[in-house]
Design a protein around this ligand. Sequence first.
Ligand SMILES: [Zn+2]
Length: 341
Amino acid sequence: MKSAILVKNNKPLIVADIELPKKINYGQVLVKVFFSGICGAQINEIEAVKGEDKFLPHLLGHEGSGIVEKIGPGVTTVKEGDHVVMHWRKSLGIQSSTPTYLLKGKKINAGWVTTFNEKAVVSENRLTVIPKNFDLRTAALFGCAVTSGFGAVNNDAKVKIGQSVLIFGMGGMGLNIAYASSLVSAYPIIGIDLHKSKLMMAKKFGLTHGIIPTKNLDKKIREITDGKDVEVIFETTGNSKLMERAYELTPNDGKTIYVGVPNKKISIYSLPLAFDKVLKASHGGSSIPNKDIPRYIKLVEKKKVNFKKLITHEFSLSKINNAIKLFRSGKAGKIIINTQR
Ligand SMILES: [Zn+2]
């Protein structure tokens, strides 16, 4: 079974054939993975930004889609043949033990869900069943990108109709935040990104204005807002300097929402927090997979939203390191891995 393994931090992943666990244990589900996304969380794991990685070598990936091949004892929420979204947020069902795979007799660790592999043993509570006729490529985005981005707008920032929004970074997460902001009629929705092509693309998803970072950023923003402060600011890059900047730009009655995982410690002036200023770090958009995913599927089926164009690139699992390189360049929208190619 082909898989991409993190053997050493800050090194390319090793693509190799590994053996599945011999037994599917209590609460576990064997899934044939069709599509997987890539997000900042995997880059952080590769770079060990949270500190020493005690689980090496291990599998990666936390958003995907697939078909259930086999269920373990106790599993009730999914059955063989079901199409599923694979997500890192907890949902219904059992939280099982984590699986161990083998490569030439050597143990390969994995978490409750991994998606950079052709097949995965997943904890029941990391799966949500979707209709069989729903596009699996789109479904993979519901594992993290869409649910986190939409959740950051809906649950964390609670953006109101007509509020102004500013987004740092127009990658997969920024695009979803722009899209969700437009669905709740925020205005203006301003995006900041180094790449003009991404700002152009984001305009198809509700972004009303794009800015390439300059020294007089504040002035540029105020030209768009008729001199007013922006009410809700999202930071999706995790760059500590931009996180500080996002907070500074937020007025004392506004909200700063951190969506990116920080790369360093940050320094902020905290006094305004004692009054009305809100600073919040989003944890997966506080999404509830079994409730949010069916809602988004309904909107796709009724043609109210279309996520297909969020995907700008697709790679086979064997080319995963190229996909990671492209992700790091910041030039792509949402990148998808076709795990069966
Ligand atoms: Zn993610």
